[in-house]
Design a protein around this ligand. Structure first.
Ligand code: PLP
Length: 375
């Protein structure tokens, strides 16, 4: 039996989501662009889901652009805006789907710069303001909550600075935030906002970019009129319907989910404090209710992950995407954590189905491994 504690990598699909999808896998198969009645049925299902995703995020349905997930939505936001070059700023702790996308654009026409964070993982507003004042900025991209540490940025405050000081566009990667905390695109001041279904108990391979301002986007690929020509290709109706159902669930369950996750995290953190040799990263920062990133003295992150795996616990070493790289997490390095400590990081991310018993068994396993590490 495995105990799954890796919900920031992906979540299991909620049974209600599967139920909502099944009819579209078994039955209505028509192309949503077809004008006949079956095509219109697929179109209606897509539009109902669009309204549900918009509602979760305080947006209008017309502002939702379907994508294949967070990576594509981040690429569409960044490449779509930076098509004609300019100056792009992104936080040093961004997910590779922003960071590597941004770096790939760096050339004679496009200046790309990282924004530093403090030791708690937060963007320093004064430093950002200084960067904004240097020369005109086209786009600033910042994540609402970090996938590794769970650190939550003051996105609304950053948006005010970006819009007032630089008149730049503001993109928010809300992939980890959506479904775990309130995400309102207007309140966050985001011109563009990324979400992904599989992080909130929906199916994989579907996400969305929200566009709330009249931003001129250049599509990533051409050859279809879907999504106003911004995302050509026949829609995956069942996946989109599943995303809509997951968004609806997230909205009705958000408060209960937050209370449950926060309680599990607090129980875990209280137990961690009694284990010798534990480093708890960004412990003093405001964080997602479900996320703990930590290291155990004497253990490399991947070795610790495998030791926990042998005892039935599924956790992650830093970001799932970094597995196998053997490099310290760029997030921790940006926070000033020494490489030797950062290499020991593992991430525990609780989910809806986890229990007090899961937490207590994990604490017992870590206590045993701490003794081994100290030998
Ligand atoms: C903050 C963040 N942005 C983007 C992504 C990529 O999302 P997707 O897996 O839907 O492509 C992830 C996935 O881990 C993420 O954590």
């Amino acid at each position: 039996m495995a105990t799954y504690l890796d919900h920031n990598a992906t979540t299991p699909m909620a049974p209600e989501v599967l139920e909502a999808m099944l009819p579209y896998l078994r039955g209505p198969y028509a192309n949503a662009s077809s004008l006949h009645r079956l095509g219109r049925a697929s179109r209606d299902a897509i539009e109902a889901a669009r309204a549900e995703v918009a509602e979760l995020l305080g947006a209008q349905p017309s502002q939702v652009i379907w994508t294949s997930g967070g990576t594509e939505a981040n690429n569409l936001a960044i490449k779509g805006v930076m098509h004609d070059g300019g100056r792009l700023l992104y936080a040093a702790t961004e997910h590779p789907a922003v960071m590597e996308c941004a770096e790939s654009l760096s050339d004679a026409r496009t200046q790309v710069e990282a924004i530093g964070v403090d030791e708690g993982g937060l963007i320093d507003l004064d430093r950002l303001r200084a960067q904004l004042a240097q020369s005109p900025v086209t786009l600033v991209s910042v994540m609402a909550a970090n996938n590794e540490t769970g650190v939550i940025q003051d996105v609304a405050g950053l948006a005010r600075a970006v819009h007032a000081d630089a008149e730049a566009l503001f993109h928010v990667d809300a992939v980890q935030a959506a479904g775990k905390m309130a995400v309102d695109v207007q309140r966050m001041g985001a011109d563009l906002l990324t979400v992904s279904s599989h992080k909130l108990y929906g199916p994989k391979g579907v996400g969305a970019l929200l566009r709330t301002a009249p931003v001129d986007l250049w599509p990533l690929h051409h050859g279809g009129a879907q999504e106003g020509g911004l995302r050509g290709g026949t829609e995956n109706v069942a996946a989109i319907v599943g995303f809509g159902a997951a968004a609806r669930l997230a909205q009705t369950r958000l408060d209960a989910r937050t209370v449950h996750l926060q309680r599990l995290r607090e129980r875990f953190e209280a137990g961690l404090a009694a284990i010798p040799g534990v480093t708890h990263f960004a412990a003093q920062s405001l964080r997602l209710p479900n996320t703990v990133q930590m290291a155990l003295q004497g253990w490399a992150g991947e070795t610790l992950l495998m030791a926990l795996d042998r005892q039935g616990f599924c956790v992650s070493s830093g970001s799932a995407c970094a597995i196998g790289h053997g490099a310290p997490s760029h997030v921790l390095v940006a926070m000033g954590v020494p490489d030797a400590l950062a290499i020991g990081a593992i991430r525990i991310s609780f989910g809806e189905a986890n229990t007090d018993d899961d937490v207590d068994r994990l604490l017992a396993a870590l206590t045993g491994l701490a003794r081994q590490g100290a030998r």
